[in-house]
Design a protein around this ligand. Structure first.
Ligand SMILES: NC(=O)c1ccc[n+]([C@@H]2O[C@H](COP(=O)([O-])OP(=O)(O)OC[C@H]3O[C@@H](n4cnc5c(N)ncnc54)[C@H](O)[C@@H]3O)[C@@H](O)[C@H]2O)c1
Length: 335
């Protein structure tokens, strides 16, 4: 059977996507340098699916090592590329590392794919490419605005690079998926997110407070022009995001589709920080003490997706609501 390579498959979204791919009959190979992911994720994937995944430990910034890995893997039809560094505050501290890792890994991947006549790529992008959007909900037509972090800049650069590749290679098919805020964990409780210590994402911070690792949550600003004054974001369950990759990949294999597709993946619902805190307390029965602090520079007041294109073209439907997102996240964190 022809294989699909998942890069960054030992990470959060990659591991959930591998589970979904296996459950849809795909023959998956995982590639990761373990800079953030854990090899033990593959044992958890085996526990969920009963399938042992071939694994190649490779730094994708090493072009020769990447090429050798593809040589060893054999016949590959396509790639889902998750491998990247993703921490916004870390990217501000180490911008060169972020740009180099995220861009070089992508460039090496595309060169390797073209050399080996592999023409199907699904690329992980982010709503961070929209910056501070002027119109809500955000559609895929919304232009990029000034990146608010080196991480966002690396995703914009990745997308622009892929657009060039497609212009020059008519046979190359690519789907760019722009995630809003994936949260939650697999219902088995075996795989979930291992947030970096410097994370500024809301749910990992709520979880730290719930676990007693921090006494209270700092709410960054309550003077935004939103109903309760706190910032509004779109949250989407990681299993729904994972399933969108399976659908996008299947659509790519259908050569009648255009060579470049871009899809927003969000629940299309905006929840404020206070709504998220109160929902977490209600779903999990855990109190989250909080304190209001200053706004963070560059944070938009509100951003949520128009995901109608993914719904229409891919038949994607986010099935999980806040109860599943917050319940599975807490179940995973407690483990
Ligand atoms: N989680 C989110 O909130 C979110 C939101 C928008 C976009 N994304 C994007 O989705 C993708 C996956 O995110 P995630 O949350 O699963 O992150 P993650 O950190 O859990 O997983 C990324 C994986 O990539 C690997 N990796 C990084 N650089 C590599 C390299 N040079 N060579 C080989 N492997 C490398 C890491 O070891 C890790 O296992 C990333 O591209 C990220 O930017 C994530």
């Amino acid at each position: 059977m022809s294989k699909i390579v998942v890069t960054g498959g030992c990470g959060y979204i990659g591991s959930h996507t591998i589970v979904d791919l296996i459950q849809n009959g795909f023959d998956v190979v995982c590639l990761d340098n373990l800079v953030r992911g854990k090899r033990s994720q593959l044992d958890c994937i085996r526990a969920i699916t009963g399938v042992e995944i071939p694994f190649y430990e490779v730094d994708m910034c090493d072009r020769a090592a990447l090429s050798s890995a593809f040589e060893a893997i054999g016949s590959v039809v396509g790639v889902i590329h998750f491998a990247a560094l993703k921490s916004v505050p870390e990217s501000v501290e180490k911008p060169e590392w972020y740009m180099q890792n995220n861009m070089l890994a992508l460039q090496n991947l595309v060169e390797t794919m073209l050399a080996k006549q592999i023409h199907h790529l699904v690329f992980s992008s982010s709503c961070a490419v929209y910056g501070n959007p002027a119109v809500l909900p955000v559609t895929e037509e919304c232009p990029f605005s000034a990146p608010t972090s080196p991480y966002a800049a690396s995703k914009q650069a990745g997308e622009l690079f892929l657009k060039q590749v497609i212009t020059q290679n008519a046979a190359f098919h690519c789907s760019i998926l722009r995630y809003f805020n994936p949260i939650g964990a697999h219902p088995s409780g075996l795989i979930g997110e291992n947030p970096d210590s410097a994370t500024t994402n809301l749910l990992p911070l709520i979880l730290k407070v719930a676990m007693g690792e921090q006494p209270c949550l700092f709410v960054n600003g309550d003077d935004y022009e939103t109903p309760d004054g706190t910032a509004i974001r779109d949250y989407v369950h990681v299993c729904d995001v994972a399933h969108a990759h399976v659908l996008a990949y299947k659509a790519l294999l259908d050569s009648s589709k255009k060579t470049l597709q871009i899809y927003n993946l969000g629940s299309e619902k905006g929840y404020s920080v206070l709504e998220m805190i109160h929902a977490f307390e209600a779903v999990n029965g855990v109190k989250i003490p909080y304190q209001v602090s200053k706004r963070r520079a560059g944070d938009p007041a509100a951003i949520y997706a128009d995901a109608s294109k993914a719904k229409k073209d891919l038949n994607w439907l986010p099935l999980n609501g806040l109860i599943e997102m917050l319940g599975t996240a807490w179940q995973w964190a407690k483990k």
